[in-house]
Design a protein around this ligand. Structure first.
Ligand code: AMP
Ligand code: MG
Length: 340
């Protein structure tokens, strides 16, 4: 009897030591890159060293894809006056995906939107509501079909400019998730300004709980349970200004009208396993509005969606029914499950 008691105590101590060791293996990294606060939490023996490599990768991506940084690939392409420019393989890859997503979304997502983003002042913070003819002139420069890419050589038509702001964070987050895994991390959470990439599940094997932000306050629309997926949200509330006319104008531009998207959606969250694609989709669905977004979802596999309309209806695609719990009862008037 005594022997059993000793054995039990020894086992409990062993379990406590093991869990303490596990807890010690948590490492975190906070940095500011790609215009965003980034926070990464990773578990496992190799986590600290993997996080150093993750930081280096994100800073490198910023150096390549910043629109404003002289010497970045995107800056070079945007200022080449129509000439062809050689870019790095990573830039060619993200740009190819961007063009593919532009095609797939019928141009709702368009990486050549920069002249309009700039016209409305979103690049400098000097916001203004442009005249109709200014918008029309800039619209002529927005055309993903006019981007030519051959291997790592990229050329735009004169005056056109790229903006990877709608895809870069999701793409880079996915790259970080892959890098962490390659370096032996089985469990991590990569947070790029609220866009989340979950590597594996939590160290205890349960799903990560990811809060989906409310577009109107500090609260949550709900909580998602995910393993090995990204959760990417777009909304005008992230960056907007109020014009002299009292209207609010958001940073996501409708490439059809040249004006801030006004599709009746307050926010769109995309859940899936391909970060770049999910990021482009969050922007595209926000432009499309709920009906077109649901049509797109029905026609395309591999992602799920949560979208809130300005009327207070929260649309949740059926693949998330089991993993999403709606929370914000004030803003959400009804929850509607979207079926295939
Ligand atoms: P996101 O937060 O992923 O929706 O990205 C928004 C950012 O993407 C904006 O700040 C712009 O830099 C850029 N953007 C705005 N409108 C579009 C659009 N229709 N297609 C592609 N990128 C866009
Ligand atoms: Mg996006």
């Amino acid at each position: 009897m005594k022997k059993t008691a000793y054995l039990l105590i020894a086992l409990i101590l062993l379990a406590l030591c093991a869990s303490a060791a596990l807890a010690e293996e948590k490492a975190t990294k906070d940095l500011f890159a790609m215009d965003t606060h980034i926070s990464i939490t990773a578990y496992g023996e190799t986590a600290p060293e993997a996080l150093e490599a993750a930081e280096a990768l994100l800073l490198e991506r910023e150096r390549l894809w910043s629109v404003t940084l002289e010497g970045s690939d995107i800056h070079a392409v945007n200022h080449a006056d129509g000439e062809a420019v050689d870019v790095s393989a990573a830039t060619a890859d993200v740009l190819s995906l961007a063009l593919e997503m532009a095609e797939s979304t019928g141009g709702a997502y368009d990486p050549t939107i920069y002249p309009l983003v700039s016209l409305w002042g979103f690049t400098t913070g000097e916001y203004r509501v442009p005249e109709v003819d200014e918008i029309e002139r800039m619209l002529e420069l927005v055309d993903y079909g006019a981007v030519s890419i051959d291997g790592c050589t990229v050329a735009l038509k004169k005056g056109m400019q790229l903006d990877l702001g709608g895809i870069a964070k999701g793409y880079a987050g996915e790259e970080v998730a892959a890098l962490l895994q390659e370096r032996g991390v089985d469990s991590a959470l990569v947070d790029l300004g609220g866009n989340i990439h979950a590597v594996g599940c939590k160290p205890d094997g349960s799903a990560w709980k990811i809060g989906v932000k409310s577009p109107t306050d500090e609260g949550l629309l709900g909580v998602l349970s995910v393993c090995d997926q990204c959760v990417i949200t777009s909304g005008a509330y992230e960056r907007y200004f109020t014009g002299e006319d009292g209207e609010t104008y958001g940073h996501i531009i409708d490439p059809d009208t040249g004006r801030p998207a006004d599709s009746g959606l307050l926010s769109v969250t995309i859940v899936g396993s391909d970060g770049g694609r999910c990021d482009a989709l969050s922007t595209a669905m926000f432009v499309m509005g709920i009906e077109e977004a649901c049509e797109y979802w029905r026609a395309n596999e591999g992602f799920e969606m949560i979208a809130l309309t300005d009327g207070g209806t929260l649309y949740v695609t059926e693949g998330l029914e089991e993993n999403f719990v709606a929370e914000d009862k004030g803003l959400i008037r009804e929850v509607c499950v979207v079926e295939r």
